[in-house]
Design a protein around this ligand. Structure first.
Ligand code: NAD
Ligand code: WQD
Length: 352
């Protein structure tokens, strides 16, 4: 669309895993993108690679190393450019760390978001897409999870998502000019098909697929499977894995909805595939895609883990006109391509 060509989007956390893939899709769609990130869990190399992958659109990307908790520095970015909307990915996301360091999580995720919302209000930029999470469903009593399920966070990380959702609902209630999309992601995996950008967590990975990937390239000896006695098809936990490129496209669809719908208010959408896959099924798919054997160590359940979680995708399909395209084969193929080309993440030399 002609008008969208010049729209300028602020992407917080745009150097991170989901933010970098979404930034690339935004650029290719003709948006101008300004990324702010404190590089706490990411590297500027990701931003450089995104600009390169965007080819002729790469010059529409700029980057500021800014912490959202630094209000003055964030404000400065808003004074340089007028944004049509903000996609807010920036936050800490490790569940275990959030239990050990709750104040850090509340400070980073909530204070950071409050600063952002206040600055957006001051600059009359009231369109927001926020990264929420399926974690707000806690241990769901039934599946698939629909957006109207009761919400119940199981840990401080989850509570930051829940609180921020509530803060957004209150902000909109007080000022109906706000248009907000709360996107509840299920389990993002995979990478861009080039294999040049992907997930590169600092330290020991918390999530399944980054761990599997590090076993495959020899960085770790085995995968510890958390729980084999769940009432699922093979005893291991079942989740809704979604390709990060599908997730990125979901953000573009949400943004379009924000721009095109007059009274959208504050809406919540699941971004998942609607398919449940067990840990062992995921490992088997990855072994097939990579040709690598993943040694397993069977262990007890991880405290707080739900048994089975997958999304109802109906609302996003109907209202955002968006549906995930990829299955676990493509997720594992692209995850492996990224791992193979970058066994040490962004610390690996670029191969093309
Ligand atoms: P990520 O850690 O790769 O990206 C988050 C980015 O935010 C990082 O680059 C980090 O450096 C930056 N950041 C953190 N605090 C900041 C601050 N105060 N100021 C500026 N930058 C800051 O994580 P991701 O997987 O890309 O997740 C993006 C968002 O999606 C997060 O909010 C996360 O909670 C949410 N989410 C992720 C998943 C998942 O499994 N990956 C699932 C559901 C929701
Ligand atoms: C998936 C499955 C594990 C690691 C977490 C957050 C959630 C969201 C996504 C941000 C489970 C099993 C895992 C391992 C294993 N993030 N597993 N060995 O727990 O569904 O969700 O990430 O919002 O909030 O809680 O994802 O990838 O950690 O686990 O067996 O080394 O893999 O038990 O069944 P989870 P996950």
């Amino acid at each position: 669309m002609e008008g969208e060509w010049r729209k300028s989007i602020l992407v917080t956390g745009g150097a991170g895993y989901i933010g970098s893939h979404t930034t690339l899709q935004l650029l290719l769609d003709g948006y101008k993108v300004v990324v702010i990130d404190n590089l706490d869990n990411s590297s500027e190399e990701a931003v450089r690679r995104v600009a390169k992958l965007a080819g002729e659109y790469g010059h529409n990307l700029s980057f500021h190393q800014v912490d959202l908790r630094d209000k003055e520095a964030t404000e400065k970015v808003f004074s340089l450019e007028k944004f049509d909307a903000v996609i807010h990915f920036a936050g800490l996301k490790a569940v275990g760390e959030s239990v050990a360091k709750p104040l850090l999580y509340y400070n980073n995720n909530i204070v950071g978001t409050l600063n952002l919302l206040e600055i957006m209000t001051a600059h009359n930029c009231k369109k927001l897409v926020f990264s929420s999470s399926a974690t707000v469903y806690g241990q769901p009593n039934e599946v698939p999870c629909t957006e109207d399920f009761p919400l119940c966070a199981m840990n401080p990380y989850g509570r930051t998502k829940l609180f921020i959702e509530e803060i957004c609902r209150d902000a909109h209630q007080a000022d109906p000019e706000w248009k907000i999309m709360l996107l509840r992601y299920f389990n993002p995996v995979g990478a861009h098909s080039s294999g040049n950008i992907g997930e590169d967590p600092r330290g020991i990975p918390n999530n399944l697929m980054p761990f599997v990937q590090q076993v495959a390239v020899g960085r770790r000896p085995e995968l510890v499977v958390f729980g084999t006695d769940y009432k699922t098809k093979d005893g291991t936990g079942v989740r809704d894995y979604i390709h990060v490129m599908d997730l990125s496209d979901g953000h573009i669809a949400a943004l379009r909805k924000l721009f095109e719908t007059k009274d959208i208010g504050c809406e919540v959408y699941n971004l998942g595939t609607g398919q449940g896959t067990s840990v062992l099924e995921m490992v088997a798919a990855f072994e097939k895609a990579s040709g690598k054997k993943i040694p397993l160590k069977l262990a007890d359940r991880r405290p707080g883990d739900p048994e089975t979680v997958y999304a109802s995708t109906e609302k996003a399909e109907q209202e955002l006109n968006w549906k995930a395209q990829y299955g676990i084969e493509e997720m594992c193929r692209d995850q492996w391509n990224w791992a193979r080309k970058n066994p040490w993440g962004y610390g690996s030399p670029e191969t093309d």
